[in-house]
Design a protein around this ligand. Structure first.
Ligand code: ADP
Length: 318
């Protein structure tokens, strides 16, 4: 099943799981709409041909949902009935930390083997350097910023660009560096409006005619991006300040090569480790090797921001 926020590459992962099952002569079901489908008995057969022509598609053919009922014992009891009815031996859950938490609780209650695969554009899962969908989202953001830069530089404007990331600045930091942002505001770092003003003033003095500031949704200024821009307008009259909120374009789109290959590797590995009798783990990638961590660690841990990347962004915007 896919659960929680959708991410590009989820389809490639579903395809890999279905194909690996066929390869190893295992029966595979897809559960529609995450835990909602598990409770409502919405299952489909996923043989190798059922997943044709989806490796290139964003979103998820199994659909995704947020399911309040699965947070209750009664909801999970209904889900367990359906698992028994279909004689399901194990669950593979592709999603964010909320989805993996649900899986861990279900496993503890009923003993069903669970394998988690990290799928989230926010990349905020401990135990993996990359989650499925992150690479595509960063590339989408870069393309959008490149386009905005054309306008920023033609009109000598200062642009505030808000990107996704309520609790994690991975998209902002990576896309900001790759798209040449002057300043990057992320939830993990207290930056302070004074420092931002200093940077912008210095930039103008040193000959910059336009600037781009990338702001993660949850940045530490705790203000919405429009108010932040207004504050800068007041502090720095003479700057032509504009705001662009990228929004949901960041979630969709055809997955990059990286996400397709990562999703394919993780999908196949999930079936292989279940065959070896391993479960209650999340698959991650570290230094290009697939690794396993206990589900409870993946959920509890926080994916730290790479401090060196913060340093790099400062050097590059001198
Ligand atoms: P994500 O997986 O992207 O982090 P959510 O946090 O919305 O997304 O979680 C997806 C779903 O996982 C929830 O709608 C719920 O059904 C299930 N879930 C999350 N946390 C729990 C929990 N503590 N107990 C049971 N189910 C949970």
């Amino acid at each position: 099943m896919t659960s929680g926020g959708d991410a590009p590459g989820m389809n490639a992962c579903i395809r890999a799981v279905a194909r690996a099952c066929q390869y190893y002569k295992l029966e595979c079901f897809g559960i529609m709409q995450g835990y909602e489908g598990l409770i409502n008995d919405d299952f489909i057969v996923l043989d190798a041909r059922a997943v044709r022509n989806i490796i290139n598609r964003g979103g998820t053919i199994l659909k995704s949902a947020r399911c309040a009922a699965f947070r209750t014992k009664e909801g999970r009891a209904k889900a367990w009935n359906n698992i028994q009815k279909h004689e399901i031996d194990a669950l593979i859950i592709i999603g964010g930390d909320g989805s993996l938490t649900g899986g861990m609780i279900f496993q503890k209650e009923y003993g069903i083997p669970v394998v988690g695969i990290p799928g989230t554009i926010d990349n905020d899962i401990f135990g993996t350097s990359k989650a499925i969908g992150f690479d595509t989202a960063v590339n989408t953001v870069i393309q959008a910023i490149d386009k905005i830069r054309d306008t920023a530089s033609s009109h000598n404007r200062l642009f505030f660009i808000e990107v996704m990331g309520r609790d994690a600045g991975h998209i902002a930091l990576n896309a900001g560096i790759a798209a040449g942002a002057e300043e990057i505001l992320i939830p993990e770092q207290e930056q302070g409006i004074e420092n931002l003003i200093k940077t912008l003033k210095y930039g103008k003095k040193s000959g910059k005619s336009s600037s781009i500031v990338v702001v993660a949704e949850g940045d530490k200024t705790k203000d919405n991006v429009y108010n932040l821009a207004q504050q800068i307008r007041e502090e720095l009259p003479g700057y032509d300040v504009r705001v662009s909120v990228l929004g949901h374009i960041q979630r969709g789109g055809s997955p990059t090569y990286f996400d397709r290959v990562l999703a394919s590797r993780m999908g196949i590995y999930s079936v292989e480790i279940l065959r070896e009798g391993k479960s209650n783990v999340m698959i991650g990638i570290q230094l290009d090797k697939l690794v396993l961590s206990p589900l409870k660690d993946a959920i509890k841990g926080k994916s730290a921001i790479n401090k060196n990347m913060v340093r790099i962004s400062k050097i590059l915007s001198v």
